[in-house]
Design a protein around this ligand. Structure first.
Ligand code: ADP
Ligand code: MG
Length: 657
């Protein structure tokens, strides 16, 4: 398959181009340009339109190229450090404008009262000023193209070298013609020509559109290749589960599955039954009911006498999953739990029961990957919030598999663009639909001086037997005055509700202490839980109807959404109060978004827009490639088309979610 950024093959060194001698080749090499293809894909960073426009049509801050008459003698003012500014008044398209040039005192001789000159610069419309860039002597219109060249050579010189490539070589890679026709794309040669030698704004736009598509298309092709490698086909991957037994089990559930749950269950079961190793991501907002879907898969595996491991990032989450699996399966499955706090004796006992095959389903933390934990026939590995585990940790567990089937679950709604890119080599199942009867969490924003009002409404919830989460962001004494720390907030609630109603849990506590506190809240012995974000993942108290988040501006959208997902887990109306005095525009925007939607996918799209894709999982983990023209956050539509085209091309016509 063709490599990215190679449209002329075989590769040739830039030095063979006319006008590129050894000296020049060395200079080019110093900015990473080694080959003829490198020259072609070293794209302009800026364009200056030399065609004259009418100043009256320009907006504030526009870069303009205009023609006007010099009205006054230019005056040059000198400042400290040798800097200077030239000021001249001009009449341009009937507008009397003050034009300034920084550090170009020699222009004084070129600006003669009564004469016409052409110039480019930035128009400050409301001040009737132009920050002059330069005087223009080139004849005619067209574009002046600037390349990122460091101090290596003039853009003009480089542009000539580019022209040599067009003169001397034929291009031998293109996006397939059917795809080009469908999306009205240019040939690579034409697209690059327009980008390097534009004659109109449309040239630049169309050229760039084709190059964007090219980048995303090549990228998707590479992902497809990787995916085909992952989806190993082998008879031994067939898990011929007992469908009748599975159906009988689903019938025992106290609720009917939602449409999306059914769809995802089918997708997973199809993977199990096929001769491929499963490599699937199950995505669904908090509370959308992923656990039961995973449970059904585990049950399918058990019907052929094999085992499932569920690995989760925290002890709290392990406890919760263990509880919910035992509640769901009762004695249909033999379930065990293994975490960092499991005693040695217990661990040895669990290990031997795993090895003998007595245990069908094990829920655990990192403890599961340790070498002395052995399985009889581990055939399904489910990882929750997989991005919290390192690649090696996942691999160590996967290596224990008898048949490698991997299901990743995440409640972090991943914007479609990112799931395509980051998880492009996985199959994706999505639960969008919430279980019936769920009411969206009513979310509102209050300032600190309105906390009393929030207290009163929490009190009325508590009085009707419901519980409330209070989240504070910090444990230490806060540095800034307005930042409420968890102790302070704890006392605020103690004063209001009294000790027998309020529980405190924070990240600095010992795990045992934390679990006790959490337990009292979960068993509804105490209705108000003040905590740091340790409760972010996992805890499930359907009785809770109130979430209060202090210093809400300190949290990112996805954290806020995760926190809010702790309430609204029953058919009771729930509430979320964001307490904040936001200082920045960005913080205000995040709070506005939170109060306007409860849809995790919509939130994640907005989050992506605000933060950019690199920040989404942290740059390191995202593994996102850098493109020259394409922008993953902006060009997601092109990405989708490029993906479809790549799938068609690589002959993978399997149905995509
Ligand atoms: P997730 O893991 O996606 O955050 P859970 O699997 O913990 O969500 O489900 C949240 C709650 O919803 C659980 O109490 C679960 O029993 C319940 N639930 C799951 N599916 C349904 C359904 N189809 N109808 C009603 N309740 C459901
Ligand atoms: Mg869950």
């Amino acid at each position: 398959m063709a490599a990215m950024y190679q449209v002329i093959t075989p590769q040739k060194p830039a030095a063979i181009l006319k006008g590129v001698g050894p000296k020049m080749a060395e200079k080019l090499s110093s900015i990473g340009i080694e080959t003829v293809n490198d020259v072609l894909f070293h794209l302009p960073s800026n364009y200056e339109n030399l065609s004259i426009m009418n100043l009256a049509d320009a907006e504030n801050n526009d870069r303009v190229t205009v023609m006007g008459t010099v009205m006054t003698e230019p005056a040059v003012a000198y400042f400290r450090g040798g800097k200077n500014r030239l000021t001249v008044f001009m009449e341009i398209d009937g507008i009397y404008v003050k034009v300034t040039f920084f550090n170009q005192p020699y222009l004084k001789d070129k600006l003669i009262v009564g004469e016409e000159v052409r110039l480019s610069g930035k128009y400050l419309r409301h001040k009737l000023e132009i920050n002059g860039q330069r005087l223009i002597y080139e004849a005619g219109g067209g574009y002046r193209v600037t390349y990122p060249m460091g101090k290596v050579m003039h853009s003009k010189t480089f542009n000539k070298i580019v022209a040599e490539v067009f003169g001397g070589f034929s291009f031998n890679y293109d996006i397939p013609e059917t795809v080009r026709d469908k999306y009205r794309l240019l040939s690579m040669r034409e697209a690059l020509r327009r980008i390097h030698f534009p004659k109109s704004p449309a040239d630049i736009k169309e050229g760039r559109r084709t190059i964007k598509f090219y980048e995303l298309f090549m990228f998707q092709l590479r992902l497809m290749e990787r995916r085909q490698k992952e989806r190993v086909r082998n008879e031994r991957y067939i898990i011929d589960y007992d469908i009748d037994e599975l159906k009988a089990f689903i019938d025992t559930l106290p609720f009917g599955l939602t449409g999306d749950q059914k769809k995802c269950t089918n997708e997973i079961c199809r993977d199990l039954k096929q001769n491929v190793s499963m490599h699937r991501l199950l995505q669904g907002d908090v509370g959308s009911g992923k656990t039961i879907v995973a449970g059904i898969a585990a049950y399918a595996v058990k019907t052929i006498g094999e085992q499932t491991a569920v690995m989760v990032p925290t002890e709290v989450l392990a406890n919760q999953h263990y509880q919910s699996f035992t509640d769901t399966f009762e004695d249909r499955l033999t379930i065990a739990k293994l975490t960092g706090t499991t005693t040695r004796k217990e661990k040895m006992e669990i290990s031997s029961r795993l090895e003998s095959g007595e245990i069908d389903l094990i829920v655990g933390t990192h403890a599961l990957i340790e070498d002395d934990v052995l399985f009889n026939r581990l055939s399904l590995i489910i990882t929750d919030e997989q991005h919290r585990f390192g690649v090696n940790q996942r691999k160590r567990l996967n290596d224990k598999a008898h048949r490698k089937n991997v299901l990743y679950m995440t409640a972090t709604p991943i914007p479609r663009t990112l799931s395509i890119t980051t998880f492009g080599d996985m199959d994706v199942s999505i639960i969008r639909e919430m279980p019936e009867g769920r009411k969206p969490v009513e979310t509102y924003w209050r300032r600190y001086d309105e906390v009393d009002e929030v207290m009163a409404s929490i009190e009325s919830e508590v009085r009707s037997g419901h519980s409330a989460y209070i989240v504070a962001p910090l444990i230490e004494e806060s540095e800034t005055l307005d930042l409420k720390n968890v102790q302070e907030i704890y006392h605020l609630f103690l004063d209001y509700f009294g000790e027998e109603q309020v529980e405190l849990v924070h990240g600095r506590m010992k795990p045992a202490e934390k679990n006790e506190g959490m337990g009292r809240f979960e068993r509804l012995e105490k209705p108000v839980l003040v905590s740091t974000t340790v409760i972010e993942v996992g805890i499930n108290v359907p009785n809770a109807t109130y979430m209060v988040i202090f210093n809400a501006e300190r949290f990112g959208l996805s954290t806020l959404h995760q926190l809010r997902g702790r309430v609204g887990r029953s058919d009771m109306q729930s509430y979320c109060a964001l307490i904040s005095d936001p200082k920045t525009e960005n913080a205000k925007q995040r709070i506005d978004i939170m109060t306007s939607t409860t849809d995790g996918f919509e939130l994640s799209e907005q989050d992506l827009e605000m933060r950019g894709p690199g920040d989404y999982f942290g740059v390191r983990q995202s593994g996102l490639p850098e493109f020259k023209v394409a922008d993953l956050a902006e060009d997601y539509r092109i990405l989708e088309h490029a993906r479809l085209s790549a799938i068609e091309l690589s002959g993978e016509m399997r149905k995509e979610t």
